[in-house]
Design a protein around this ligand. Structure first.
Ligand SMILES: Cc1cc2nc3c(=O)[nH]c(=O)nc-3n(C[C@H](O)[C@H](O)[C@H](O)COP(=O)(O)OP(=O)(O)OC[C@H]3O[C@@H](n4cnc5c(N)ncnc54)[C@H](O)[C@@H]3O)c2cc1C
Length: 413
């Protein structure tokens, strides 16, 4: 292996991982002209996961951020970084780089271009312009402390660095580059981690109904129950999948579902959350009165998605070629109940490959929240998803990546 040293008068900073937090850390470190910044990325290009965020639109922040949006063994750890680089600062920062953003309902921030590509491009251009040396297709396989400095093995070469920032992300989104490297590199330097769980992920359930409804979307209130107690609740868009349910409302409760472990759980879905049960019953009665000769499969037509309506009729045990006029009041009560409290037996969640984020990570107690420097190895920093911090659905994870990358990139200064 050839050794390459930094220029003598300069401090060499090695940032490992060219994702959201790594690019931000590299850019920030490069603002200090005494730093020579090397950004290592194992994939062929930087920001590969970023390209897939927000369904290709990149929900890069959320203006309604509060500490409750973050999770981990000690979510308070994230507060210093997040209050130093707020969603407003994120928007200003990107504007300064030349990227305009818009705020959508729920405080979700997107690039005005509506394309994640432009976020990656702007970060790439800014890094290059600031003098960051981006080294792609170059996984860092080992980091060792040598005196005051660090020796990195990356690709076929060895590099010396004065400061190292580990920004390797988590294992979620395996096909987009989610790997264990960050945990392994930090473990080799004496750090430890909590257990890992997929978060912001589809919930798997008994297949019968979801499979028939695959692709159908609905506005719903979703509650998760286990052992007679409510474990989580959310309201928003729900989507049926081959194996269960997905969509933002499902992502919000997926952490609670993953935490159930072996315990049995039930998903209870309200498809007409803005209406009380007696209002739904009255609407069904009115439907029967208006369209008495139509098949009872049409009972929910106009109230919910057609395929969902037919499924609700089947779930209620109605149908059988009868007309609406043949339905009793009791049966209408049952149908109204199905729309308000449709139940699915939960099997669990999809795995890390399908998850948007990793819950758990390197223990934050081993890092200083004011600098993100390791308490174990001076000169070593970490940021982003590799740490035991994860956010809710809605731009909170990228906000953590930017804010923590910004703080780590200051290198304690
Ligand atoms: C499908 C999907 C959609 C998402 N949508 C959103 C969204 O809309 N809004 C939101 O806030 N969050 C979203 N997220 C979550 C968000 O993308 C992540 O939380 C965020 O990217 C984490 O940033 P990071 O820098 O810590 O890690 P990453 O962005 O994952 O970057 C880590 C980088 O390190 C590289 N790397 C790993 N090991 C090594 C090594 N040994 N050497 C060199 N390089 C290495 C990886 O290849 C990767 O490029 C989404 C995630 C997924 C999977």
């Amino acid at each position: 292996m050839k050794k390459q040293d930094g220029m003598n008068c300069m401090r060499t900073v090695a940032v490992i991982g060219g994702g959201a937090s790594g690019m931000m850390a590299a850019l920030t470190a490069a603002e200090n002209k005494d730093n020579k910044v090397l950004l290592f990325e194992r994939q062929q290009r930087v920001g590969r996961k970023l390209l897939a965020t927000g369904n290709g639109r990149c929900n890069l922040s959320n203006t309604e951020l509060s500490p409750e949006n973050y999770h981990g063994s000690d979510p308070g750890f994230a507060e210093y970084a997040l209050s130093g680089f707020t969603p407003e600062r994120t928007r200003e920062f990107f504007k300064m780089l030349g990227l305009l953003t818009v705020v959508e309902p729920g405080g979700r921030v997107y690039p005005l271009s509506d394309s994640a590509n432009s976020v990656v491009d702007i970060m790439r251009f800014a890094c290059a312009e600031a003098g960051v040396e981006i080294i792609t297709s170059c996984p860092v396989s080992a980091v060792k402390k040598q005196g005051e400095r660090f020796l990195l093995s990356a690709g076929e070469r060895a590099y010396m660095a004065d400061k190292v920032v580990v920004a390797c992300g988590g294992i979620a989104g395996g096909k987009l580059g989610g790997v264990r490297d960050g945990y392994d590199l930090l473990a080799s330097l004496g750090h430890s981690r909590t257990s890992l769980m997929p978060a912001l992920v589809q919930v798997t359930a008994d297949h019968e109904y979801p499979r028939a409804l695959k692709g159908v979307r609905a506005d719903a209130r979703l509650r998760i129950f286990s052992e007679g107690r409510q474990a989580a609740e959310s309201r928003g868009e729900l989507q049926f999948t081959e194996k269960g349910i997905s969509g933002p409302v499902t992502f919000e409760v997926s952490r609670a579902v993953a935490s159930l472990g072996e315990k049995k759980g039930t998903a209870r879905i309200d498809f007409l959350a803005d209406y009380k049960p007696d209002e739904v019953f009255s609407m069904l009665k009115a439907k029967v009165a208006a369209y008495s000769s139509l098949p009872c499969e049409e009972l929910f037509t106009g109230l919910v998605h057609n395929r969902l309506g037919k499924m609700l009729v089947k779930y209620s045990g109605l149908g059988g070629g009868r007309t609406m006029a043949e339905l009793s009041e009791e049966e209408l009560e049952t149908a109204a109940g199905a729309a308000k409290d449709f139940r699915l037996q939960i099997r669990g969640t999809e795995g890390f490959d399908n998850a948007q984020v990793t819950a758990g990570g390197i223990k934050t107690s081993e890092f200083d929240p004011h600098t993100l420097e390791s308490r174990i190895v001076p000169g070593l920093f970490a940021c982003g998803e590799v740490l035991d911090i994860d956010g809710d659905c809605g731009g909170y994870n990228l906000q953590w990546a930017w804010a923590s990358g910004r703080l780590a990139g200051r290198l304690g200064g």
